[in-house]
Write a protein of this length. Structure first.
Length: 203
């Protein structure tokens, strides 16, 4: 009788209902089986119908002076562009742009901090040549000179044009016309012109 009791297995007892909820499941829950978390809706930008901004030009006539648009285009840089344009108009006035004239402009840009701000000069050169062919020398020089209002900047422009006009060793009538127009527009006296021409001969 005692041996029969040892051979029998005790009957399984049913767990109470409150304990069944805490039983470990037979199969581990995988990451793929986990319910996906609800995704938050992305905030959408309000519709903005503003047109795209115009690209910056090399001659500085838009809001930026550099092609990458890294800096705002300032009034001082506009004056520098006009000064440089007058020098290019002087160089192109006789229809030829000599290497000595290009070198004179390059030296001025390298040595004058105000002109160095522009960095790009090729676009100004091409714009001056194009405007010269379309409107003529006198109209271009007068329009460009009218935008330079400060006395020091006017004297710098006059000296620069004088340097360019004498760079090739031949002071032609077209180059003399540029200096004459500048003198009229800016109302330089004879003493002013003589003083500026002397300064233009200095290296």
């Amino acid at each position: 009788m005692r041996a029969d009791r040892r051979g029998r297995r005790a009957p399984l007892r049913a767990l109470p209902s409150h304990r069944e909820r805490h039983r470990v499941p037979r199969r581990a829950v995988r990451l793929a089986d986990a319910p996906a978390a609800p995704q938050a809706a992305l905030r959408r930008r309000a519709y903005d119908p503003r047109p795209a901004s115009a690209p910056a030009t090399l001659d500085g006539r838009s809001r930026h002076s550099h092609p990458d648009g890294g800096r705002d285009y300032t009034a001082l840089m506009e004056s520098a562009r006009r000064i440089l344009e007058l020098m290019f108009l002087t160089a192109w006035s006789d229809g030829k742009f000599e290497g000595s004239e290009a070198l004179a402009i390059h030296r001025l840009v390298a040595n004058v901090p105000m002109l160095r701000e522009l960095r790009q000069t090729g676009g100004i050169d091409l714009a001056a040549k194009r405007r010269l062919a379309e409107h003529g020398l006198e109209a271009c020089v007068r329009e460009t000179a009218a935008g330079i209002t400060e006395r020091a900047q006017r004297e710098l422009a006059f000296q620069g044009c004088a340097k360019v006009s004498g760079a090739d060793g031949a002071f032609g009538p077209e180059e003399a016309t540029v200096l004459r127009i500048l003198r009229e527009v800016w109302q330089f006296s004879d003493e002013d012109v003589e003083r500026l021409l002397v300064l233009a001969t200095h290296p």
